[in-house]
Design a protein around this ligand. Structure first.
Ligand code: BGC
Length: 736
């Protein structure tokens, strides 16, 4: 009897323990445990099939969830200039028919880069991440840090310009802003997505030195300085191998050499194999599931050269069974995905839709960023700012005046709740003293301009308006339909009729300012000498109109600097002749001489140099000093100089520090940007600006040694207001 009683008690105890155990959440659910512990625990509980399932997307914009273990899907949204609709491809969601997702349209990457203000990129990243969360998403597909190799690339507006140092600083700041909010960024597109022409098929031959010195640094900084959580591979091939299955890029460089701990995500429809892709280091193939299958079955998708569906579980498991993929490779991919998901808090603090988007704070960031990014290209005889107490009438003319061109086309285009046109922003600032009148002048290329008589009438109206006004502003440039992901610009020229319009307006009114709204350089040789003032406003997001109005009327002092060289003509570009390639092959024959490096080396005068940008005030540079004058190998030098605002308005100057090695065993560019600082000074104020140049500022990538090398010898430090406006020089000696 007693024995029976004991047995019953033991059974009851075991049952109770079981219940308790079932109720105690497994360690991976415990937010107090270290991420690595949670990852290991969860990984141990997963079957091989469950792991394999994580390697392919679950839908158009999300990874696969696992119900049994409660693994959430990573819910993504396109960027990088704000949160974009995630319901389907950009071709679908940019069409008005789809339920819109409206969010703040921030300035394009090129505009942010033109601010040379990493703090602004951080603020933008933070604001965007807040909107990602408010809309119930977890990941933003940006920033784009591909180098603007040529003025014709359709996606120049997304990137941070032609210089690796500038792109690195902006990218790192954006990523920190996003990750600081617990949102996953995805720095893209690794590597060398520098043209849209045949982007799925083009094979780029790029030397190792150019990769390391020009095309990699922004990605490397994202990994090593910002500890980025995700990297998106590119569509193109680099040196014969598609980026999504490129072991040199993904496993050797990103993961082994740089120590990347996050996950690699494929660009949408860029995979062409199972084993090679997994083995190269791809962790998550996108898109997936039914939306991918429907999309892939469309003739246009295949015609474009997309590939997808290769990392679906059945295929991965078959590859494992056949010994073509090791289980460890699958484990590694899942470990990386889980690590990021735990770090970002996806298990503990799921994002639910319903938060506030487009708040006054976010709008303020968009406006400040748009303002800081505007570059005053030319300002003869103080033509700007416009003085609202002296002019009484202003003609605002052009195809980009009364339309807000918030961004370029493709997957980054955000649909804002509202957008301020340049005309509206100008009117706001002009009121109540200045009478503003508008005329289209010429329709945007590709839109209906009517017959020849209608076109002539539109132009005559604009010219007459300019003639009778005290001053004229012509707002020209591109539009999302002409400058976009998916195709390159057909030329560097302004779209049809715009050059002629500017010339006619300038002839009618000598006080004409040209405002260019575009994502990349445009040819200006036909008119730049005929107008006293010109601005480049890029695609400035939903607040661009306010920013343009503020700058034109002097409520804000321009401080942007060009993140790309503006060539006089396309044929001056270092990439000219090495684009778009032949037979699906392009040779990056200019090597490291991209952008100003190439203009300097070949001694070609650009229209406006890299780093150029004027102000309504004047800055004086003095007292450049380097300590120590002789530095030991591997040690940094400190550079100081004095900057004074010698004008009568407050303003910001971007001091640029270029380095030049006087004698080197290998060719080096005449100058390379190694540091910069945006300094805001009151009228008459001075400041000592201090920089540290670490050993890597002196080194180049040696293909022979497969490493960075700093050779002993003399180095010059050039402090400038642009790459062609060097104000001060000093030298130091690097010892053995
Ligand atoms: C673009 C990516 C984008 C993805 C998802 C691709 O076509 O290249 O930048 O994030 O689509 O929309």
């Amino acid at each position: 009897m007693r024995i029976l009683w004991i047995l019953a008690s033991i059974a009851a105890l075991i049952a109770a323990a079981r219940v308790l155990l079932a109720q105690t959440p497994p360690p991976y659910r415990n937010p107090k445990l270290a991420v690595q512990q949670r990852v290991d625990d969860l990984l141990r509980r997963m079957t091989l099939r469950e792991k394999a399932e994580m390697l392919a997307g679950g839908g158009w914009m999300e990874s696969q969830a696992n119900q049994r273990l409660g693994i959430p899907a990573i819910k993504m949204a396109d960027g990088p200039m704000g949160v974009r609709n995630w319901l389907g491809s950009s071709a679908i969601t940019n069409a008005a028919a789809v339920t819109p997702v409206t969010a703040t349209a921030f300035p394009a990457g090129i505009a942010i880069a033109a601010s040379w203000d990493p703090e602004m990129a951080d603020r933008e990243g933070r604001a965007i991440a807040q909107e990602v969360k408010a809309l119930g998403r977890d990941m933003i597909l940006g920033p784009t840090v591909n180098i603007n190799r040529l003025p014709l690339w359709g996606r120049n507006f997304e990137g941070y310009g032609e210089d690796p140092q500038l792109a690195a600083r902006m990218g790192v700041a954006y990523i920190r802003g996003v990750q600081g909010e617990g949102v996953i960024p995805s720095v893209k597109h690794f590597a060398a997505n520098n043209q849209e022409f045949e982007r799925h098929r083009i094979d780029e031959t790029i030397g190792e030195r150019a990769l390391n010195e020009i095309y990699f640094p922004a990605f490397r900084a994202a990994v090593q300085e910002a500890g980025v959580w995700a990297v998106m591979s590119a569509y193109n091939k680099v040196n014969g191998v598609w980026c999504a299955e490129n072991p040199y890029l993904l496993s050797d460089t990103l993961k082994k050499r740089w120590g990347f701990q996050g996950f690699v995500i494929s660009d949408w429809g860029s995979t062409y194999s199972t084993a090679a892709t997994v083995n190269a280091g791809m962790d998550l193939e996108m898109p997936g599931g039914e939306p991918m299958r429907i999309w892939l079955s469309k003739p246009a998708t295949q015609k474009d050269g997309n590939g997808a569906g290769w990392l679906e579980a059945d295929k991965v498991l078959a590859a494992v069974a056949a010994g073509a993929v090791k289980q460890e490779a699958v484990d590694d991919a899942v470990r990386r995905l889980l690590r990021v998901m735990f770090t970002a808090g996806l298990f503990d603090r799921p994002h639910t839709a319903g938060g506030e988007v487009d708040t006054p704070e976010q709008r303020a960031v968009a406006r400040a960023a748009a303002t800081e990014g505007i570059v005053l290209l030319k300002n003869a005889d103080g033509a700007l700012p416009l003085d609202a107490t002296r002019i009484h009438s202003l003609a605002v003319i052009g195809p980009n005046a009364a339309v807000a061109r918030t961004g370029g086309g493709g997957s980054s285009l955000v649909r804002p709740k509202y957008a301020v046109t340049p005309l509206a922003g100008i009117e706001e600032r002009a009121a109540p003293h200045v009478k503003v009148q508008y005329a289209l002048g010429v329709a945007m290329e590709g839109t209906d301009a009517g017959d020849a008589a209608a076109r002539q009438a539109a132009r005559d109206e604009a010219v007459a308006l300019a003639r009778q006004s005290d001053a004229a502003v012509v707002v020209v440039g591109y539009a999302a339909a002409l400058e976009s992901e998916g195709f390159d610009r057909k030329s560097m020229d302004l779209p049809a009729g715009q050059d002629d319009l500017i010339q006619a307006v300038a002839a009618a009114n000598p006080h004409t300012t040209v405002v260019v709204v575009a994502g990349a350089p445009v040819t200006m040789t036909g008119w730049i000498d005929r107008v006293p003032a010109a601005l480049c406003a890029w695609y400035g997001g939903q607040e661009a109109g306010h920013a343009i109005g503020d700058i034109l009327f002097g409520a804000a002092n321009p401080s942007g600097k060009l993140p790309v060289t503006f060539p006089k003509e396309w044929k001056d570009s270092p990439a000219y002749g090495h684009y778009p390639g032949e037979n699906l092959h392009v040779e990056y024959a200019e090597g490291i001489y991209v952008g100003y490096r190439g203009f300097d080396q070949r001694n070609i005068e650009p229209l406006f140099p890299f780093g150029h940008g004027l102000s309504y005030t004047r800055f004086e540079y003095s007292d450049l000093a380097i300590t120590p004058a002789r530095v030991a190998a591997g040690k940094p030098v400190t550079v100081t100089m004095k900057l004074r605002n010698a004008g009568s308005r407050p303003g910001a100057e971007v001091v640029q520090l270029y380095v030049h090695q006087v004698h080197s065993s290998e060719d080096r560019p005449p100058k390379e940007l190694k540091a910069f600082r945006r300094v805001t000074l009151a009228a008459g104020e001075s400041q000592t600006v201090r920089f540290t140049l670490a050993a890597d500022a002196m080194s180049f990538y040696s293909t022979a040694r497969k490493n960075w090398v700093a050779e002993p010898g003399q180095f010059e430090v050039l402090a400038g207001a642009s790459s062609r406006d060097i104000r001060l020089k000093a030298a130091f000696e690097l010892g053995h």
